[in-house]
Design a protein. Structure first.
Length: 256
């Protein structure tokens, strides 16, 4: 059985890219490169459709992976790709990052900015007043430093309508604190973040200023919202509530 030839129309229509790894560790760089070479060989042999190849990285401030340095995306123009990503990017057709603004850094941002301000800049999509726009700008700035004109896709963004749960209990971060609490993870904040996403103009460059530095940043070519429905992350045994729809046994219930 030739899976591609037997399902060619579906493959050609529904596959938009090959993503080798989702939020991988930097120690997996050589494995990703080897897998990309395998995919390219299969494409050359006509066993897979010719689609762009990428690997999806994590831009969250608290993530252990060092794909961009420094860890903070503030200020954006000081950010650059780590050595591991510089080794990898030549093998990629698209630069892909998952960016959730300040959602996963509630505790650090609250200590730095105070609770109200931390939440405000985390929910915002307004250039110059937004963590997620800083993250987008940091990635574009890092691309400019290595003179990369490859497409940039923001492959995940979103906001949870409830605290993340493991075995029915809120998830605790590495410092022993709640990763997020109900002041951040609630329906109203999810709606605010989603509305900002919907209104975000990805057709125009973002013009803004931070601490006297002016920015003229091209938005991502594609932005994917995470996600359609709530889900269970089996790898980490975590229940997630990023979905636009709740799920029960009989139906999908919209949150928005």
């Amino acid at each position: 059985m030739d899976l591609y030839k037997d399902n060619k129309s579906d493959f050609d229509q529904y596959i938009i890219a090959y993503a080798i790894g989702n939020e991988p560790e930097t120690t997996q760089t050589s494995m990703i490169v080897d897998s990309i070479k395998t995919i390219r060989n299969l494409v050359a042999a006509g066993k897979l459709p010719d689609k762009p190849i990428t690997s999806v990285m994590n831009m969250n401030e608290t993530a252990p992976q060092q794909w961009i340095i420094p860890k903070s995306s503030y200020p954006p123009h000081k950010c650059e790709f780590s050595g591991d990503y510089k080794l990898l990017i030549d093998h990629l057709d698209i630069v892909c990052f998952n960016c959730y603004g300040g959602y996963f850094d509630q505790n650090g941002l609250t200590r730095e900015l105070g609770g109200a301000k931390a939440l405000e800049v985390s929910l915002s999509w307004v250039p110059g007043k937004s963590i997620i726009v800083n993250q987008i700008s940091a990635i574009r700035s890092a691309m400019m430093k290595i003179k990369s004109d490859k497409p940039f896709w923001l492959t995940e963004t979103g906001w949870s309508s409830s605290m993340l749960l493991r075995d029915g209990k809120p998830v605790i971060d590495i410092d022993g604190n709640l990763q997020t609490d109900s002041r951040w993870s609630n329906i109203e904040n999810m709606k605010k973040f989603y509305n900002g996403f919907i209104k975000f103009d990805a057709t125009q460059n973002m013009l803004f200023e931070i601490d006297g530095t002016s920015y003229n940043i091209k938005p991502p070519e594609k932005i994917f919202y995470f996600s359609l429905r709530d889900s269970h992350l089996s790898r980490l045994e975590i229940d997630e509530f990023f979905g636009l729809f709740e799920i029960d046994v009989t139906s999908l219930k919209s949150k928005i």
